[in-house]
Ligand binder design. Sequence first.
Ligand SMILES: [Fe+2]
Ligand SMILES: [Fe+2]
Length: 287
Amino acid sequence: MALYALKRVSAEGLALTEEHEAIARPRKGEIHWEAFDRGAFAAGALADAAELWRERAVQEMHSLALFTQLASQLHLLGAPLDWSGAFARMIADEVRHTDLCLRMCAAVGHPAEPDIDADGLHLLARLAPRAHVRQTIVAAFCIGETISGRMLKRSFRAADVPLAREVVQAILVDETFHGELGWELGALLMRDDGLAFAEERRALAEALPGLFAHFARLCLATAGPSWARREPEVSPGPNFGTLSSAGYARAFFDGMEEDVVPGLVAIGLPEASLAYADLVRELESRA
Ligand SMILES: [Fe+2]
Ligand SMILES: [Fe+2]
């Protein structure tokens, strides 16, 4: 990204640094960065941890860019002001998450900057603005944030490095809220307001199979739930908040079955059940 040519200037007394630090502090709890002794870990374990947290930093930066874009569209569409406040909080949260992930990279001895993929951001850019906002909220919140909360809960249970546990917990607190808020926003946006609602609802229902497949790929669900539930959830060694491929896939399948599919049905997308059943059948056939 061109602006990254500016690099982060961390200078004491600089207003932008102070404001950023205030936002980046966890909402709950404290992170004891100084207590982490990277000398206690093998170089390979630190490199693996850096790779994990660098990837998470990119995902968090994607959320930050996407939420910022969504917020500006919501303003233009005339959403009530409380939507702006809720989005301002979520944008601040994603700044915090990106910052925490990058600090983890630095703590394990591999400082990084997020290099985001601008092409990957505009999930559904070709639709009309109102339909775009609705689809993006269903995709990024009702599916994305719900699954990500599940994944972080499991990562928290798996983490045995104290610093990683604190960082995962700080992110988890916010992501749980994002998932809950996403369902409120989704339900509000799925109310029939006349206009072109029936047509837009149908287009969204037709997009569900593609969205489910997209999130399955993101969660490494390359085979079906019976594979994911059979394999070990974590790999051996010090755990910096990571899961095995099967562990991530399991978070996806459990989240889909317990939250996402019933939630989508409840907000007026009954097609979600069939779309998920088709996805599972297709993934099981690959095992
Ligand atoms: Fe996040
Ligand atoms: Fe989030």
